[in-house]
Write a protein that binds this ligand. Structure first.
Ligand code: MG
Length: 390
């Protein structure tokens, strides 16, 4: 039985406030949606993960999912129901047996809950996770109690909501055909189509992040947990030099800066990213960048240096390590670096999976002393602090 997942991130997320939609805000240095996608990608029974994103969010999505292997995201519709329908439609070519539809804003989804939904689908065509209601419930239209509700039959429901693929696709198509919009979850679409919907065990942790307070609280909790579980703090340093040759600009921390020369090197010669890569490799006692990516190998000719940095982050990740902070100093007489520092931090943050505020980038001249002062090239120094479990 093949199982696909649709991750719905179509909303503008404006209720949460913040400069960017909540599904792209960081918790523990990682975008909300990345936590969610990783949970499904790493589940052994889920073979395909399809994201649905909001119009104009293509760049945010690309940045948040850097390095992940995902099919092209589908652009969502005017409301949640339509976004879900478009996500399910996108799987029509793949024809999975089952589909799980999940809110991107529920990043704490556990493998256990995903498994609960999948296994309960053996007993029916529609299954959603839920939690029993613990508080006493009152039915009080207009604020005056009419009666006490029997809470024994009431449930708070969550996602992922699981369905037999063909059935939910047809239910969504029928609702759209008949102009029945405004269903707030996929179970309601299934109910409309006459499908019995079963409830399986959800999880208290699988909450939906709705307000800016929710996102901030989640960030504090996750950051604290990541740090507490990684008490082994280590430092690494990296230093690199590249000489100038005729050209039209230099690439520093992944940002191309127009200049009358370029830096000579086998890759894109991003001296700052090379120093940072070596700092991370040094912190975990790994061999340096030249050992992992020999300059003699023609494969790396003109390569973006982000490949090297991602390799260092991957080696760190293999040890379950995280970056606590990184600090880079660029030594150059020219070009001027200052105006590009914000762009450099924005470029590095998703690669390092940390918030931009954990990255320092500074530039200095050498007061015209020495080789750098004679504008023969650029040097970069970097330090990185990493945290590892014991
Ligand atoms: Mg180098």
């Amino acid at each position: 039985m093949s199982v696909a997942a649709v991750i719905v991130a179509g909303g503008s997320g404006l209720r949460a406030g913040g400069e960017i939609p909540k599904q792209y805000q960081l918790i523990g240095g990682k975008p909300v949606i990345r936590w969610t996608l990783e949970a499904f990608l790493s589940h052994p029974d889920v073979s395909h993960v399809q994201a649905v994103i909001g119009q104009g969010h293509e760049d945010l999505f690309a940045e948040a999912t850097q390095g992940m292997e995902l099919p092209k995201a589908v652009t969502g519709g005017a409301n949640r129901q339509d976004s879900c329908r478009l996500g399910v439609e996108a799987l029509a070519g793949i024809k999975p047996h089952r589909v799980l539809i999940h809110d991107a804003a529920r990043p704490f989804i556990s493998h256990q809950v995903i498994s609960n939904v999948i296994s309960e689908l053996d007993r029916g065509d529609a299954v959603i996770p839920g939690l029993p209601v613990a508080d006493t419930m009152k039915f009080a239209p207009g604020g005056v109690i009419e009666r006490t509700v029997d809470r024994g039959s009431m449930w708070f429901v969550q996602t992922p909501q699981g369905f037999t693929f063909d059935k939910i696709l047809e239910a969504h198509r029928r609702a759209a055909r008949e102009g029945r919009m405004g269903f707030t979850d996929d179970a309601a679409v299934a109910e409309f189509a006459g499908m019995p919907v079963r409830i399986t065990a959800g999880d208290q942790a699988n909450r939906k992040l709705t307000t800016s307070h929710d996102v901030r609280t989640a960030d504090s909790e996750v950051s604290a947990r990541l740090f507490v579980e990684r008490p082994d703090v280590r430092n690494g340093q990296g230093i690199d030099f590249h000489v100038f040759e005729p050209g039209d600009g230099v690439t520093l921390c992944g940002v191309k800066i127009p200049h009358t020369e370029k830096l000579k090197g086998h890759s894109d010669a991003d001296v700052a990213m090379h120093a940072l890569t070596d700092a991370i490799l040094g912190a975990i006692g790994e061999a340096d960048i030249g050992m992992h990516f020999p300059p003699s190998d023609p494969k790396w000719k003109g390569a973006p240096s982000s490949i090297f940095l991602l390799k260092a982050v991957e080696l760190l990740g293999a040890r379950k390590g995280i970056i606590a902070n990184a600090d880079i100093t660029i030594l150059a007489e020219a070009p001027r670096i200052g105006p590009h520092i914000a762009a450099m931090k924005a470029m590095l943050a998703p690669l390092l999976q940390v918030a931009p505020e954990r990255i320092g980038i500074k530039a200095t001249t050498t007061e015209e002393m020495g080789a750098i002062g004679r504008k023969e090239g650029i040097a970069a120094f970097a330090v990185a602090t990493v945290r590892l479990p014991l």
